[in-house]
Ligand binder design. Structure first.
Ligand SMILES: C[S@@+](CC[C@H](N)C(=O)[O-])C[C@H]1O[C@@H](n2cnc3c(N)ncnc32)[C@H](O)[C@@H]1O
Length: 440
């Protein structure tokens, strides 16, 4: 599997084994591979990894894990794939939308009958006379979510928002909570399709010629029903035929892992597979703004602010203030270089974000060390980043932090080369995405 071994020396301090795993990982690190995979396909999630990444790890372990953990569950790839293999997995997710997505995918008690009844009722209600929907259900209050006077840009045209509200209204009438949630995720899966935007890098961007988009209210209904029939129903039929070995849904906790992990029993975890938000100033509440507002996970700007404050410090949407720098020579070098030209920074929270990110990771590793049984493995997927031509070797700094917290760094596996952002591409050729392999 390993192509080459390169030993790299970090500012004369620590040496970690950098192994080239690009031939193994370049094909399986993107969520793209899950696009037509059973249940994983219910929602296209750009920031996730594939189910093959999980199975590749289980295949290489020399022990059978009994209780795995994913502190940053996102769309639920880790607990879902482990559930398929029959391995218990606890997880955390801070975003209410992501948490709903993951738990809907982890639910095991759907059946064809119940699904079909809910679908028939939804189709019946949507096919009737169009209702004065805005008298029944209000659109979200977010400023640029829908077309209104005085705005020159908006995410959803008026007829599209009406179609979405119709669907939300019929979903409300479903009696069984689990189908209510499942159908909400089906609605989430078509939202960007019917919007004026697409997801790109740090946020959403407007589609080319978006002002010419003409999607009617009934077109939105049709897309929703089609995805339920063509994508969800076949998976429900398959799911019903499978034997249930473990259920990871109730072990998927909504909340900030920095706090929640403290309540875990010591020595209770024997495998960690995870991918924290990358240190690329991407704010998930911005990227998933349409889902959060439209599906009612966020109702006002105070809730949005509070959610941003609970996320790992990988973005500049909150004031980070003065943060202590953790003990890492490599990190000190980076902060030193970046501090030379702070007046040019596009945002004055960048240095706070970088310090805060590694402090969050250090605190997480301290807790993980207590919660993990000894001689068990952690697979930590991260990517390096760059600001103003200064590369931040996140993988090496993270390895150093983990080692200082009592883990043994087995190796840092190079997974892929990622493209730097448009501002950095003239200064940095590529940024390494890696898997840090640790033993407790
Ligand atoms: C890179 S994504 C994980 C993707 C996941 N591996 C998958 O395949 O779907 C990182 C996730 O961490 C979540 N997150 C950020 N801060 C968090 C926190 N403090 N506690 C728990 N989850 C957090 C984000 O909302 C995001 O969904």
């Amino acid at each position: 599997m390993v192509d080459s071994n390169i030993s790299i020396n970090l500012t004369n301090r620590k040496e970690y084994n950098l192994t080239d795993f690009t031939n193994v990982y370049s094909r399986i690190m993107q969520f793209d591979k899950n696009k037509s995979a059973y249940i994983h396909q219910w929602y296209p999630f750009v920031e996730g990894y594939s189910k093959e990444f999980i199975t590749s790890i289980i295949d290489e372990l020399d022990y059978k894990p009994k209780h795995a953990f994913d502190p940053f569950v996102g769309s639920g790839t880790t607990p879902l794939e482990l559930q398929e293999i029959g391995i218990k997995c606890s997880s955390f997710e801070v975003s209410p939308f992501m948490h709903k997505l993951a738990t809907v995918k982890l639910e095991r008690s759907y059946n064809q009958n119940g699904f079909q009844n809910a679908l028939d009722a939804v189709c019946h209600n949507l096919n009737g006379k169009l209702l004065p929907i805005r008298n029944i259900m209000e659109p979200p209050i977010a400023k640029t979510i829908q077309q209104r006077k005085g705005l020159d840009k908006w995410l959803f045209n008026r007829p599209v928002m009406d179609g979405i509200l119709d669907i939300k209204h019929v979903i409300c009438k479903i009696g069984d909570e689990k189908y209510k949630d499942l159908f909400t995720i089906a609605l989430a899966s078509i939202l960007l399709d019917v919007s004026n935007v697409y997801r790109d890098g740090k946020s959403v961007k407007y589609k080319k010629d978006w002002k010419r988009i003409k999607i009617k209210r009934r077109d939105v209904h049709l897309k929703f029903v089609t995805v339920l029939k063509e994508t969800f129903l076949p998976d429900i039929i398959l799911l019903e035929s499978k034997e249930i070995v473990v259920e990871n849904k109730d072990l998927c906790i909504l909340g900030d892992v920095r706090e929640g992990i403290k309540d875990f029993k010591d020595d209770s975890i024997d495998l960690v597979i995870t991918s924290p938000p990358y240190l690329n100033s991407r704010d998930y509440t911005d990227i998933y703004i349409a889902e959060l507002w439209v599906l009612g996970f966020i109702k006002n700007y105070d809730e949005l602010r509070s959610l941003r404050n609970r996320t790992i410090r990988s973005h500049v949407q909150v004031k980070h203030g003065d943060i202590e720098i953790i003990d890492s020579q490599e990190l000190r070098n980076v902060i030193g270089k970046l501090s030379e030209n702070t007046k040019d920074h596009w945002n004055k929270e960048i240095i706070g974000m970088i310090k805060g990110y590694f402090l969050d990771m250090k605190n997480l590793f301290i807790e993980l060390r207590k919660k993990m049984q000894s001689e068990k493995k952690i697979f930590f997927n991260v990517a390096n980043s760059a600001y103003y031509g200064v590369e931040i070797k996140v993988d090496m700094i993270m390895a150093e932090i983990a080692e200082n917290c009592g883990f043994k760094v087995e190796e840092v596996r190079k997974a892929r080369d990622l493209k730097p952002s448009s501002q950095q591409k003239d200064l940095i050729d590529s940024l390494r995405e890696s898997i840090i392999v640790l033993t407790s």
